[in-house]
Ligand binder design. Structure first.
Ligand code: ZN
Ligand code: ZN
Length: 283
């Protein structure tokens, strides 16, 4: 698939990409910060947040940045921020693991991150984003039952108070076509998801519109429109937008459309972060 596309922006438009992987993520080894700066300048982006994977434990521990590389990662982005008008933000996409909260807290406190993106790629120790594991996650139960487990796990991530935003809140859909032909609807998402919305409101945690879903087989952003509508009705009003780029060619992908979608649903703004302090940009 050709992911090239064009963003037409007026002077007033303001666009950010808050989910970008660079060389410290194993799945983005050749995508340097410099190459993203060039792409961001070409697109006229205002801010780019780097969110390399950080996986503190488990079988994919070495897939992301190692703890002893974080200082170098942070320094590199801060140095390159001086070279461009695009504001570069330092973040991580941090996998949540129950029982690892204190170790994660120590790492996150040790560095000056602009924001921290939480993720739950491994509920019940299965990698839902892998072809190998995804079918096992649904095996022997309904989609709703699998979702209840996923959102219980993600609710714990929210309640850990470690994260500003939680990434791609229905990422379990990535390989849903392997177990079901028709698209899923919100009624398939179980009931725990609503408890998770309440937790997001209690802990001031935002959600993300992650446009990588538009590049996956099912072709819909994470999360689906109905989910965004339900989150909005539940009072969730913190939201970031990100392309989940692993190469500069997808930077900014479908983000103007994501802003339009949020505006149509009723969201009044998108979140910006600096030094883990949030402000809102009106949309
Ligand atoms: Zn992710
Ligand atoms: Zn990511």
């Amino acid at each position: 698939m050709d992911h090239r596309y064009c963003i037409v922006m007026t002077q007033q438009e303001y666009l950010v990409d808050y989910h970008v992987h660079e060389t410290f993520s194993s799945d983005a080894r050749s995508s340097t910060v410099e190459s993203y700066i060039k792409a961001a300048e070409d697109l006229g982006l205002s801010e780019v947040a780097f969110t390399t994977h950080f996986i503190i434990t488990g079988y994919d521990k070495f897939f992301g940045i190692h703890e002893n590389q974080i200082a170098e990662y942070v320094e590199n982005i801060k140095n390159l921020d001086e070279t461009t008008d695009v504001k570069l933000l330092v973040s991580l996409e941090v996998d949540y693991f129950p029982g690892e909260e204190r170790r994660l807290e120590k790492v996150l406190d040790d560095y000056c991150f602009d924001y921290v993106l939480g993720a739950t790629h491994y509920p019940n120790d299965l990698d839902i984003g892998s072809l190998k594991h995804a079918p096992s996650f649904f095996e022997g139960r309904s989609i709703s039952e699998a979702c209840d487990e996923f959102y219980s796990y993600t609710k714990m991530a929210v309640e850990s108070d470690l994260f500003d935003v939680v990434a791609h809140l229905d990422y379990w859909r990535k390989f849903i076509h392997l177990v079901r032909d028709e698209p899923v609807e919100l009624k398939d998402y179980g009931t725990v998801v609503y408890d998770m919305f309440d937790a997001m409101n209690s802990y001031d945690v935002g959600l993300e519109v992650n446009t990588s879903g538009r590049r996956h087989k099912h072709g819909i952003q994470y999360p689906i429109n109905e989910f965004l509508e339900a989150a909005f009705v539940s009072g969730v009003d913190r939201v970031t937008i990100g392309s989940d780029s692993h190469v500069p060619g997808t930077l900014g992908f479908w983000l103007p459309e994501a802003v339009d979608l949020l505006r149509d649903i009723g969201f009044k703004g998108i979140s910006r972060y600096q030094g883990r302090k949030r402000t809102q940009h009106s949309i």
